[in-house]
Structure formats: structure tokens, C-alpha cells
Design a protein around this ligand. Structure first.
Ligand SMILES: Cc1ncc(COP(=O)(O)O)c(C=O)c1O
Length: 393
């Protein structure tokens, strides 16, 4: 049996000319040998069981419409129960092509055009695009940064939730890009505010399996039966198992009436489920790839520790705690640079291609997001370049 140890994840991979957007054309001014560390996919091979399932799918000669059978959801439900202690029912699940398409359908279902959707920034930037792009009113409440730890600003959130036209709270759990894994207490407090104000929670939990601290992810819908009844959870195996190029996301909606309403929106937008390859790949991921994930998490913990050592708290570039995800949120405010100068320092001077913090909205200025799901040698070289460019040697 293959071992998913350090040597496995250390093995170099050449992703150039594969159609990967991560390795596509970099922004203007990047040097030829720029290291891509931006979009959230990993430079590690997808688990062998997933690749084998896709090969088996490719051996078929007919590729007709495919139903997701109930036993598939049993496999996924068993994953959530085992890893998160969350009990789900097979009929709560539905397949969607991507997490964002599911999030968009849920937002459009529960907030009418012009009605409010609350979002805590800095956050994954497509959320704001979805809300504004479909004509809903974007209500931003900044996260609170206390020392090196982000928290919710409950008073400011409640103020927004109390407005009569506020219909949805869009949660990112764990939170990209600040890498917080929200605790049961934090989620409960937030969930109760939503319950009290009759606001639906749409919880994007795509990073749920990527927990680096030795604790469990808490799904928002697992916090209490009452909160479950107002929550739509969007999940996928795609981040976890590095298969973002395969449509394989799902929604989990315990409330039957809400389920029907979201389903109607999906129909209205002509949204399809999955094809046969998606089903086979998703099943191989959840059903056969847990040892791969455990190996990955160990490797990511080592990489995160390397970043902590290179960019300790209090230095001009400081890596904030990464509780989950493989995205480090670098506090570069100590450099005292403008957004443009910071961008240039990383991209042009250091030759590393990160996401600029201000893309993530309010509170992102002065930060950079670094995707460290790459081979350790690459990360070491990126760190060397950043420290040299910033004069931190
Ligand atoms: C929080 C979050 N949601 C959704 C996505 C994208 O998911 P999908 O490609 O399934 O829409 C990402 C990708 O980085 C993400 O970080």
C-alpha cells in the first residue's frame, strides 16, 4: 500500500501547460520564475483512489445522465459523523456542480432582489460578487482583529440582522482567508442571533476537512437542532482531496421546506447535478482516501510551522495563526507600505504570486494571502525570497 508520508508530498510535480489557472499567466511585472501561491488548489497529486475512479469512469463507452444513489450519501454522511460528530440524513443532501453555485442558489432563494445579505470581511472575495451580482444588498460587517486572533463583532452583526429586509447571513466556516476554525461557542452565539432575527444561515464549509489544530471542525448546522432548521450548508470533497476541476459539491439542508425552495431555484437556473465521473470520484474520495488526508494534514502542519518560524508575531511580516485551511494570512502592516507597493514587493521583487489582502474586502489592506499547499522545497524558496525582498534576513 502506498504511504502518504513526507516523501510522497515532497515529490516535485510539474503543473505547467496542464490548463491549471494557478500556473497560468501571472500579473504584469512578474519575473519568469515566479512561484504561484495564490488560488486555493494544491500542488499535490489527487489521492490515487480518486485518480483510479476517474480512469474507471473513462473506460466506459456510454456517458449518459447519472443519478446519485442513496448509498453515496450514506458514505458522505458516515464521513461527517466519524470526523465531525455530525449526524445527517441522506435526504438532506443534494448534488450541485460547485460550492459557489450552491451558495448562489441559496442566497437567491432566501433573499429577494434588494434584500440584505450579511458578510464578515475580509472574506473569500467571490461572495461579495455573488451577492451584488445577483442584485441583493451586500451588508458588510468587518471581523474584529484582537491581537493576532479574529473574532466576530456580534453587536455590529446584530445591528444588521435586525434590519427588516435582512434575510441571509453568509458564513465562511472555516474562514478563508483568516484561517479561523470557528468554535462551537462562537457559532452558537452567531446562530442564536440569526434565529432571533429570522435570518437564514448559508454556511460555506468547503475547508471543513482541513483542520490543522488538533480539534474537530464544528458544522454550523450541528450546533443545535433549531439552528440546523435555518441553515444551508455547502460542502465538497474538492478542496480536501485536490480535485477542484471535478464538479462534485453538495448542499445539506435539514429543513424540508427550505430544501424544496432551494431545489426550485436550482431548477429555475437550469443548474445540473453531477456526471458519472463526479460521482465515482467523490465516492473514492470520501470512501477510500482518508489515509491520504491524514498524511496531507501532517504535511501541512509542518509547512505551517515553517511559516510561523519564518514570520513570527511582531515581525514586519507576521503569519497569523492558521487553525485551518492551507492559506496563511500574512500581516504585512509592519512594512508600512501602500497596497501597490506591497503587491510589487511580493510579485516583482520577491517573485512570489500571492493574493493581495485588499481583494478580500474591508480589513484586508496590509495583508497578503499565501497558499502553502506546495512542496516543502518550494515553500522554503518562497520564504527565502520574501524575507530577502523585505530585508528580514
Ligand atoms: C470559501 C470558499 N468557498 C468556495 C470556494 C470555491 O468552491 P467551488 O469551486 O466549489 O465553487 C473556495 C475556493 O477557494 C473557497 O475558498
Amino acid at each position: 500500500m502506498e504511504r502518504f508520508d513526507r516523501a510522497y508530498f515532497d515529490a516535485p510535480q510539474d503543473r505547467r501547460n496542464t490548463g491549471s489557472i494557478k500556473y497560468g499567466t501571472p500579473p504584469a511585472g512578474a519575473p519568469e520564475d515566479v512561484i504561484p501561491m495564490w488560488v486555493a488548489d494544491m500542488d499535490f497529486p489527487t489521492p490515487p483512489a480518486v485518480a483510479a475512479a476517474l480512469r474507471r469512469a473513462g473506460e466506459r463507452t456510454i456517458f449518459g445522465y447519472t443519478a446519485v444513489d442513496g448509498s453515496h450519501w450514506d458514505t458522505v454522511a458516515s464521513w461527517y459523523h466519524r470526523r465531525m460528530g455530525w449526524k445527517t440524513e441522506p435526504d438532506w443532501f443534494s448534488s450541485v456542480p460547485s460550492v459557489l453555485s450552491g451558495v448562489s442558489a441559496a442566497v437567491r432563494t432566501f433573499a429577494a432582489p434588494g434584500e440584505g445579505v450579511v458578510l464578515c470581511q475580509p472574506v473569500y472575495y467571490p461572495f461579495a460578487r455573488i451577492i451584488s451580482g445577483c442584485g441583493r444588498s451586500l451588508r458588510v460587517v468587518p471581523l474584529r482583529l484582537e491581537g493576532t486572533r479574529y473574532t466576530f463583532d456580534y453587536e455590529a452583526i446584530e445591528k444588521e440582522l435586525r434590519r427588516v429586509d435582512c434575510k441571509v447571513f453568509l458564513l465562511c466556516n472555516p474562514h478563508n482567508p483568516v484561517a479561523r476554525v470557528w468554535t462551537a461557542e462562537e457559532l452558537q452565539r452567531l446562530g442564536e442571533l440569526c434565529l432571533k432575527n429570522h435570518v437564514v444561515i448559508v454556511s460555506d464549509e468547503i475547508h471543513a476537512d482541513l483542520i490543522l489544530d488538533r480539534r474537530r471542525h464544528v458544522p454550523m448546522a450541528s450546533v443545535s437542532p433549531e439552528i440546523a432548521q435555518i441553515t444551508v450548508t455547502a460542502m465538497a470533497p474538492t478542496k480536501t482531496f485536490n480535485m477542484a476541476g471535478i464538479p462534485a459539491a453538495h448542499l445539506i439542508i435539514p429543513n424540508a421546506d427550505m430544501r424544496e425552495r432551494v431545489s426550485a431555484t436550482c431548477w429555475a437556473s437550469g443548474m445540473a447535478g453531477w456526471g458519472v465521473a463526479s460521482m465515482m470520484a467523490a465516492r473514492a474520495a470520501y470512501g477510500e482516501s482518508e489515509p491520504w488526508l491524514e498524511g496531507l494534514l501532517d504535511y501541512l502542519r509542518g509547512s505551517r510551522d515553517l511559516l510561523y518560524e519564518a514570520f513570527p508575531a511582531g515581525s514586519p511580516i507576521a503569519c497569523l495563526p492558521v487553525e485551518g485551511t492551507y492559506l496563511a494570512w500574512l500581516d504585512c502592516r509592519g512594512l508600512g507600505l501602500t497596497e501597490e507597493a506591497l503587491h510589487d514587493l511580493f510579485l516583482k521583487k520577491a517573485g512570489v504570486w500571492l493574493d493581495d489582502g485588499d481583494m478580500f474586502g474591508k480589513g484586508g489592506q496590509g495583508f497578503m494571502r499565501l497558499n502553502f499547499a506546495c512542496q516543502r522545497d518550494t515553500l522554503t524558496e518562497a520564504v527565502r525570497r520574501i524575507k530577502t525582498a523585505a530585508g528580514m534576513n
